[in-house]
Design a protein around this ligand. Structure first.
Ligand code: UDP
Length: 297
């Protein structure tokens, strides 16, 4: 397994959740209001459409201070319910976008719809476009060695002038010494964008743990996006994406890796959360009706 840095074109507290907002610390709840976020069973999602998310990312670059972006899908809700640190990572990220149709469906069932799905892969493309335009660097961390190098090459072909550094650590747990080496490597490269593909929740927890030392204006966990950039994994056809069936396409492509995630973990969760959302809606409607009746009496 390769471990060298590849230089391409640039040498240089809450109880876990899925409960009600009232059970979360008041501070986080008020932050959610200030930023206009949807409280999706204790996981906060920004109410930004694609254009607003991209503008926000540009603002992060202009500010130059460290920011974390998370792309939340249904599996994130599953993981957040079991891991308070991951839940906090999402809720304390500077931007949390809904990267999955099930999140939109749940927001509709709650009577508080999110406007659109914003995918991690789309944000990576937009960020690379922005980086090339601004003349700042991007760093790819993670993925298999050949995938990361191919992803970097493809990104440079697509966005001329883009400066990319990448590093592919060995798969599995990262030792503290290796961790330190990676942080130093990124600090030396001084990118404005860091895309971490180490699998969720690890990639997002890793960013949170190191974000201040890394000092990268935009750091984002990106899952299989490097594989998509490299062209070794294909996205589902657009009609499947718009019907919220991308997961079934991915399941057919990688059944051994993904069946547990989608069939055992995420589908039952979607069913449970849908029932909870409907129940909340019903309670609200009942309360509203009672208020009207009281008013008329
Ligand atoms: N990955 C990695 N090191 C690991 C585990 C995973 O680099 O120890 C990479 C893997 O090569 C792939 C990505 O993480 O590119 C997959 O992450 P995840 O399963 O979160 O992606 P998703 O399927 O959710 O998009």
């Amino acid at each position: 397994m390769a471990t060298g840095i590849g230089k391409v074109g640039w040498s240089p507290g809450a109880r876990p959740v899925l409960t009600e907002a009232a059970e979360l610390p008041a501070m986080l709840a008020s932050q959610a209001r200030a930023r206009q976020r949807l409280d999706l069973f204790g996981v906060f999602i920004d109410r930004a459409d694609r254009a607003a998310a991209i503008s926000q990312i540009r603002r992060f670059v202009e500010m130059g201070t460290p920011h974390q972006v998370v792309t939340v899908n249904l599996d994130f809700l599953y993981l957040a319910e079991r891991d308070p640190a991951f839940c906090l990572t999402i809720n304390e990220a500077d931007l949390a976008v809904p990267d999955g149709m099930p999140l939109l469906w749940l927001s509709h069932l709650l009577g508080s719809p999110l406007s659109s799905r914003i995918t991690g892969v789309d944000l990576v493309h937009e960020s690379c476009r922005m980086a090339a335009e601004l003349g700042v660097g991007v760093f790819f961390l993670g993925g298999a060695f050949d995938i990361a190098s191919l992803a970097a090459e493809r990104a440079q072909d697509r966005y001329p002038g883009l400066r990319v550094n990448w590093y592919s650590p060995p798969f599995g747990p990262i030792s503290p010494a290796e961790d330190e080496r990676i942080v130093e490597m990124i600090v030396r490269a001084r990118p404005d964008f860091l895309f971490v593909a180490l699998g969720a929740p690890r990639q997002d927890l890793w960013i949170r743990e190191h974000r201040e030392r890394l000092g990268v204006p935009v750091a984002m966990g990106v899952g299989c996006t490097l594989d998509l950039l490299a062209g070794t994994v294909r996205r589902a056809p657009t009609w499947m994406q718009s019907l919220g069936l991308e997961w079934s396409y991915r399941l057919i492509c990688e059944p051994r890796r993904l069946w547990r995630r989608y069939l055992r973990d995420d589908l039952p969760l979607l069913w449970r959360l849908s029932l909870m959302a409907l129940d909340r809606q019903q309670t609200r409607t009942q309360a509203a009706n009672e208020t009207v009746e009281e008013g008329l009496a």
